[in-house]
Design a binder for this molecule. Structure first.
Ligand code: HEC
Length: 188
């Protein structure tokens, strides 16, 4: 082979090699572009899903009762408990007590902090001490002990109101039944 032909062949091989390399680069590049396009799309879908989830969490949160709503429920069960016990309706009295304890537990789960008062901790302590005593005295059907435990519970309600900055909410023994459409006596 003449030197000229050798050079021509080398030239052609080089051009082909360069062509292959250039084509290869573009095809890799286009795969990367396509992939990153797909990833951008996936990220967009994820962002939308997170926004939808956030909206659902916000809506669920707004449906959960706040501490004040639980408190109104405490107040109702406390009042009903008083009239049920006075009427020796032990079934109803125990029922109201249990509902009260359950509501206190639900309120603990809010972990609300008011005026630096950790309400969950105080509520748990009320449930485990004053409410436990109240329950005990109720089961013994001893009215004097019950009334003492009831007054002590009311005092812990008010003492927490004072420390949490709600001293103007003062709970007392109920003077009249909280509702007019329920009988307090046990019936037959
Ligand atoms: C851990 C502290 C704490 C204890 C214990 C506590 N409370 Fe409260 N209570 C609060 C706070 C704080 C508020 C104000 C809540 C709010 O509006 O966010 C409140 C509000 C109330 C309200 C006003 C609700 C309304 O919307 O009018 C009533 C009624 C009430 N409590 C009753 C009780 C009764 C009854 C007990 C006892 C069985 C009790 N609370 C025990 C902290 C407490």
């Amino acid at each position: 082979m003449s030197e000229r032909r050798v050079l021509t062949v080398i030239g052609i091989v080089s051009v082909i090699t360069i062509l292959i390399l250039v084509l290869g680069f573009f095809s890799v590049n286009s795969v990367i572009t396509a992939r990153s396009g797909a990833m951008t799309k996936t990220a967009g879908v994820l962002r939308d899903s997170i926004a939808i989830l956030q909206a659902e969490v916000d809506s669920l949160k707004s449906q959960v009762p706040g501490l004040g709503e639980y408190m109104t429920t405490f107040q109702l069960h406390m009042a009903k408990l008083w009239f049920a016990e006075k009427a020796s309706n032990w079934g109803l009295a125990q029922y109201e007590f249990d509902e009260l304890a359950e509501t206190v537990e639900a309120a603990e789960a809010l972990h609300a902090v008011k005026n630096n008062v950790n309400t969950a901790g105080v509520l748990q302590s009320v449930r485990e001490t004053q409410l436990a005593t109240l329950d005990n005295d109720l089961r013994k059907k001893k009215s004097g002990a019950f009334v003492r435990a009831y007054d002590q519970t009311v005092e812990t309600c008010n003492s927490c109101h004072r420390s949490a900055g709600y001293g103007f909410i003062r709970i007392t023994r109920p003077l009249a039944p909280p509702v007019s459409n329920q009988a307090w006596t046990p019936g037959q």
